[in-house]
Design a protein around this ligand. Structure first.
Ligand code: ZN
Length: 320
């Protein structure tokens, strides 16, 4: 106790502070989301997400090489297809937008290529599964997820990230991958994904707004922490390699808890609304841009092993 313990000793100057620094942002653990749009001829800025674009397949090729050149190690791909239908059939087209994007990335870069796996971009309802009588049919949706997973693996993806919150999705995908000898394809499970108000800008980005109702019958209630742990637990039993908490900043308690309870890598996704809040505050001059560093640090400090976030490109560019 004072005067023996003087905590301010550790903060005397920047050299001293850096040796006492407990958490560093690991650039190799940042994952950049990339949107590829089959309907576009060139890249287009997403209005609600300043600095983030939807790419045509041509522009995407240049962009992905650029990300690789500046030192980005990981990307997660989201596709916007030309055709939507009731079963989301273009999600498993072997020449679909994501399948082509995977091949281009694998042929031209050395990055880890992650592909988000869901149906909301591909169904005409904008829901993450097949609708029957106004309700998403879980088990029929799993059959489509399996086809989608297999087509991603055929295209050469490194990591498949199922985000639809269907029960049994990790098991179904692991089974189809193993059956087809894709034993090294990794599953990053969106284990506890909340029905959050922070997804608004993404829906503009990915053109995936539900045409009726909401996603509360499959995504989690943000009031529920214990249920989040049950979801994570089930995904581990089903064969997940990586578990995830999404969104990130409002859910630090769960990132921390997942890290404490399990020995698997914990990912978190700092989503579009989190990006928009921070980015717009910085652009308007209300907040200093060091807020980005503070936000990312808080996620690693809470226990995240990897962070999907839209700041990845700029962060890596600015921290050579
Ligand atoms: Zn979805």
């Amino acid at each position: 106790m004072f005067p023996v313990e003087r905590m301010r000793r550790h903060r005397l100057n920047s050299n001293i502070r850096s040796i006492f620094k407990e958490t560093n942002i690991n650039k190799d653990k940042l994952i950049m989301p990339v949107f590829i749009d089959e309907n576009e001829k060139s890249k287009k800025e997403i209005k609600s997400m300043p600095g983030i674009y939807r790419y045509s397949l041509n522009d995407y090729e240049n962009y992905i090489k650029y990300l690789d050149d500046i030192g980005v190690k990981n990307v997660i791909l989201f596709g916007i297809p030309k055709n939507k239908d009731s079963t989301g059939s273009s999600s498993y087209d072997k020449n679909g937008i994501v399948q082509n994007a995977i091949r281009i990335a694998k042929d031209n870069t050395k990055m880890n290529i992650i592909a988000d796996l869901c149906l909301c971009e591909y169904t005409d309802t904008g829901h993450c599964g097949i609708i029957e009588n106004g309700y998403v049919n879980n088990d029929k949706t799993l059959e489509i997820y399996q086809k989608e997973a297999l087509s991603y693996a055929d295209a050469g993806v490194d990591i498949i990230a199922p985000s639809g919150m269907m029960d049994g999705q990790v098991k179904a995908i692991r089974e189809i991958l193993d059956k087809n000898n894709y034993i090294n394809t990794i599953i990053m499970a969106y284990s506890s994904k909340f029905a959050s108000n922070l997804y608004g800008p993404f829906r503009e980005a990915a053109d995936s707004t539900p045409q009726f109702g909401d996603r509360k019958s499959y995504q989690m209630d943000y009031s529920n922490g214990r249920e989040a742990i049950r979801e994570i637990d089930l995904d581990i039993k089903e064969g997940a390699d990586i578990i995830m908490v999404k969104p990130a900043l409002f859910y630090l308690d769960l990132i921390h808890e997942a890290k404490r309870l399990y020995n698997l890598p914990v990912a978190t996704y700092m989503v579009s609304g989190e990006y928009t809040m921070i980015k717009n505050s910085v652009l308007s001059g209300l907040l200093n841009e060091n807020i980005i560093d503070e936000a990312l640090t808080s996620l690693f400090r809470a226990g995240a092993d990897m962070v999907i976030n839209y700041f990845t490109e700029d962060y890596i560019k600015n921290h050579k």
